[in-house]
Design a protein around this ligand. Sequence first.
Ligand code: PEP
Ligand code: MG
Length: 852
Amino acid sequence: MHNDDPAVTLITPTSPVSAPTHGGRAKCLQRLVRLDLPVPRTVALSFDTVQKIAQGSMPDVPAILEEFPDGALLCVRPSSEDPDWGGPGAVLNIGMNDARFADLTEKIGQDAAAQLYMRFIQAYAAHVARLDPDMFDGIDGAGPRRLAQALAAYEEEAEEAFPQSTAVQLAEVLRSMARAWGGTTARLLREAKGAPVDAGLGLVVQEMALGVGQAECGSGVLQMVNSDTGLPQITGRYLSQSQGREALSGPEAIYLERDTRGPSLEELAPEAFAALKVNGALMRRKLREEMQIEFTIDNGALFILDGVRVRRSPRAALRIAVALANDGIISRQEALMRVEPRALSELLHRQVDTAAARDRLGTGINASPGAATGRIVFSANAAQASAARGESCVLVRRETSPEDIRGMHAASAVLTERGGITSHAAVIGRGIGLPCVVGAARMRFQIRRGLLTAEDGRTFREGDVITIDGTNGEVLAGAPPMIEAALGESFKTFMAWADEERDIGIRANADTPMDAQTARNFNAQGIGLCRTEHMFFEADRLTVMREMIFADAPDDRRSALEQLLPMQRADFTELFRIMQGQPVCIRLFDPPLHEFLPSDRAGLRDLAEALDLPVSDVTRRVEAMGEYNPMLGMRGVRLGITVPEIYDMQVRAIFEATIEASRDGDPVVPEVMIPLVSASREVELVRKRIDAVAAAVKAEQQTEFDYRLGVMVETPRACLRAADIAAHAQFLSFGTNDLTQMTYGLSRDDAGRFMSEYVRQQVFPEDPFHILDIEGVGELLRLGVERGRKSRADITLSVCGEHGGNPESIAYCRQLGVDYVSCSSFRVPGARLAAAQLAIRDAMKASNMPIP
Ligand code: PEP
Ligand code: MG
């Protein structure tokens, strides 16, 4: 008996079947058998057996056939370890031959019998004999005449008669399916879904419930939730006189539940429908999952042929997980493990409908998720004008600079030719939840001429409608249908569960009151990085800022700074109020000053007017401020040391805002952060001035307040010298964007041009601006953390570069013992979930529990 052969196993409640040896489908069928569901008799072939079949060694096929009643028709289905990895298509009605046709003609009528035979011949010809499917095209008529023609056509094309032996048919089907698994296309497809190179395939051989015959017969597919929304809803179709999944494509298929739009199975076969619902609910409870059920009704009796996990959108995945946990079917921890952190960001933004046709114009880096449609504009001014008209627009630029910020706020999406994942457009886009594709270098950007040329040569002008899909990094023509963002009760519940589990803090990078509000809405535990320079780009401030930059004498500069002071104070007061006593870490001015100066002629003229100077003077001054390498030049703390009045003004504004916000709200303890430090002496000097300003403000206002002073560690030297620096700082925040740039010597703004090629050729495994380079940048980070902590045990350590929102990078930071990570507001939920999953995984490992 083949039962001695573990490679071929009849599925019973106790037979040795497991997903790693026989595949997910075989295991699922065993669970259904254990539930005593009406599952037709099934035999499972292990991965080893199938591999041997592919190599030409067939198991004992007659022994397989012995497991089934004489004359039964069979089907074979694939059973890969993870059902998502797919497999060759099922082959139904194995065993059909001339004799069986005659038998069945008696039992179910000639037409039905001929239909089964015909289907099998066609499937066998296409999938097993690999004949051209068109060979049956000219064959018409019905019943035996049609069959005879089909058999003759088969014989002519295959140069042998259609096999009549069930054993031969089954052996050939098994062989063709086993071999298909080894084909290149199949391998690439499953590897793209995460299957390992050596992923195995099992096969299940199942007795057919025919679905075709005299009384009510047919087949259908049922699931109890909606795949898009995750809400409970009986969905699926049933088709009389059909097999397999035909109901899903047949236009005559009927609804399952009573429906005003047409007839239903509930009306046609109420008992079978009721049984189906009961079985569906049982499967959900016992398999601990929403399942799609393939069923057949044979002479009024219900058979369950198969169950597969319901396909689901990210929002449905979350709702399903929450509902299963709320119903006590799975634990909260398991619910948390069932949703991908990356999928959460899709919930927070509108997306192009997955079913929509995509007219692709170009691709770039998916810098900020979500999708938006709008008319093309080529300048920030045009974007603002468009917003003023209430028209949605896509801002198309070669790259963006701080001057474009207002235009970005006005636009619905941004597309740039240059830039990478941490370029200006990308960072701002993620911060404000604006869909953004950067580095679309294969499209042609003629900004002055107002032309955008697609990769295929089509041209688009200002006003033409395009769509930016920042989730997939694609530029699409026109306005495809969208799915709205969804943040319902399930989302809130789910995130609250995540917060109960995680053991690393999550803050948000937020620069404006709007960002701060988003950060609060997403339950960030404070602001980890407020980049103050973004506050100076409002039209009224930019002019004052430029006056300050142009000031010749300290007095002139002071007067400009005095104008900026109340504006900054108001900014910080508002941020503190929104954050309601949660920590707010404010980074002092970081970029090179010349970024605030105009670069085109019109801008220079405007500035000359504002300053009442000749254009030539202004141009000369702007040129004189230019640097060969501004990112490595006069910026960050270097500016703080050489033009200290700017930092003086900023810290005064912070402290005055602290007093003001604490007066009518929760007490505020501001955190002041010094950027781009490379030597401890820089901190010492700046610190002295900050302490002096604090003392002055306290004395003037006769009020006490606390503040914390910290350093942004983003140069390699600062990591190496973290011990000296920590002596002067209460916290260190690692800026992994600049640290990556400086460790690799790789420009954040230019790397987009070659990054995809570098990743394609595996020079870098990933874009290091996107996923932290553990080997190199991570090593510096580790040194910085260790040295900082050793020098000052109570120091707070954090990471505030974009990596703070990336699950793999969060795992590394957590391992290093970093106290919190900070990332763009819209990435906060994903980071909270990723952190929770890390903690759950560790807890499960510690108690030897299987990790879901
Ligand atoms: C960094 O460098 O990692 C950082 C957070 O600062 P920015 O991106 O503003 O340079
Ligand atoms: Mg930086």
